[in-house]
Design a protein around this ligand. Structure first.
Ligand code: FAD
Length: 316
């Protein structure tokens, strides 16, 4: 069954989840991550997604890691692909190479400007927006069996000075061009997400929406990433965090508790059947969130080995 069908017709006894990783820079980091993905795979993610480094900086490693996860662990792998620094030829090469490695799931993105650049300039005028990549993949007969995801921004896109209505209009174009599902940017304002989701549905967008969840790991990372992504941070969350900001363990525990509360609300109040975890390549918080939600108990046979492995790795 194609990933698009699995997502659209998902009827598990708990919501599904997907896990996002980025390709590490060193061989040792790469090896460690592959082992970590292997351990987390026992938690039965619906898919694993591998990012495409800013400006295509990790293209080979993204392809290698995606291929390894797909082939070694047999997990549906979603490879992110961006248009930054890409001409038609390099987009073709990346898609072809993905297909050769058994990957038929692409998260089609415009991409951010390369590090140091302020604005996004297309390298190939044919690829100006995410929608152009979606249309291009859909037009090629050799990628007819590809499942395509696209990004969306419940708190608005950092670059955009357009109204929310207009931005949702651009999202609709990506769906009309043939995208199968949406993964959102991370957010912490659940009420804001619920309002946004209603507007997206009212616009006639019916494909699955998978909210992006990032359990808070440290105060510094949280501040950096929320600034980078233009994330709205509810006042009570900010004041809670400021109080505990010098205690990393307390921040992590808070992040796990918050993610559990957010997912409980989202899975009951929004029209969603799964969530997407931005793992930052870390294992423990996501594992604790999934455990805290009671999603591991549904698979008692994996609970023991996973906990044993985690204990071995963390030395506890
Ligand atoms: P678009 O959909 O093209 O939107 C970009 C901007 O243009 C928005 O402001 C939008 O409103 C506007 N716009 C869109 N269409 C039109 C149009 N037709 N006319 C006028 N304006 C338009 N980046 C990476 O480099 N690598 C990754 O692996 C990566 N993974 C991501 C995963 C997720 C889940 C998310 C949410 C983001 C990810 N990003 C990644 C970041 C993403 O590349 C940036 O946010 C980028 O700036 C926008 O990409 P997009 O595909 O959403 O662009």
């Amino acid at each position: 069954m194609k990933l698009s069908e699995k997502i659209a017709s998902y009827k598990g006894d708990r919501p599904f989840f997907t896990l996002e990783f980025f390709p590490p820079k060193t061989d040792q980091g790469f090896e460690n991550l592959v082992a970590r993905i292997g351990r987390l795979s026992s938690l039965h993610p619906l898919a694993i997604s591998i990012t495409w480094g800013a400006g295509g900086s990790t293209s080979e490693r993204s392809l290698d890691l995606s291929g390894l996860v797909q082939e070694e662990y047999g997990i549906e792998t979603i490879m992110h692909l961006t248009c930054t620094n890409m001409e038609k030829g390099s987009i073709d090469a990346a898609l072809k190479s993905a297909k050769e490695r058994g990957i038929t799931n692409i998260l089609a993105l415009r991409g951010d400007p390369p590090r140091g650049d302020e604005s996004w300039i297309p390298t190939d005028v044919r690829f100006q927006h995410g929608v152009d990549l979606v249309s291009y993949i859909r037009e090629q007969p050799e990628y007819a069996d590809f499942t395509i995801g696209v990004a969306a921004y419940p708190d608005g896109h950092t670059e955009s000075d357009e109204s929310e209505e207009h931005q949702i209009g651009h999202l609709k174009q990506k769906i009309d061009a043939g995208a199968d599902y949406i993964i959102t940017q991370l957010f912490y304002d659940v009420d804001g997400f619920l309002r946004w989701e209603k507007k997206v549905r009212a616009k006639g967008i019916t494909v699955p929406i998978i909210p992006g969840i990032m359990p808070i790991q440290t105060y510094a990372t949280f501040m950096r990433l929320t600034k980078l992504c233009g994330t709205r941070v509810p006042g009570n969350l900010m004041s809670d965090l400021v109080e505990i900001r010098h205690d990393d363990q307390k921040v992590k525990d808070y992040g796990v508790k918050l993610a559990i509360e957010m997912i409980r609300r989202l899975t009951t109040e929004a029209d969603i059947s799964g969530v997407h975890f931005s793992t930052l390549n870390l294992e423990k918080s996501v594992q604790r969130v999934i455990d805290g939600l009671g999603w591991i108990e549904r698979f008692p046979s994996v609970l023991k080995p996973v906990n044993k492995l985690i204990a071995e790795v963390s030395g506890t």
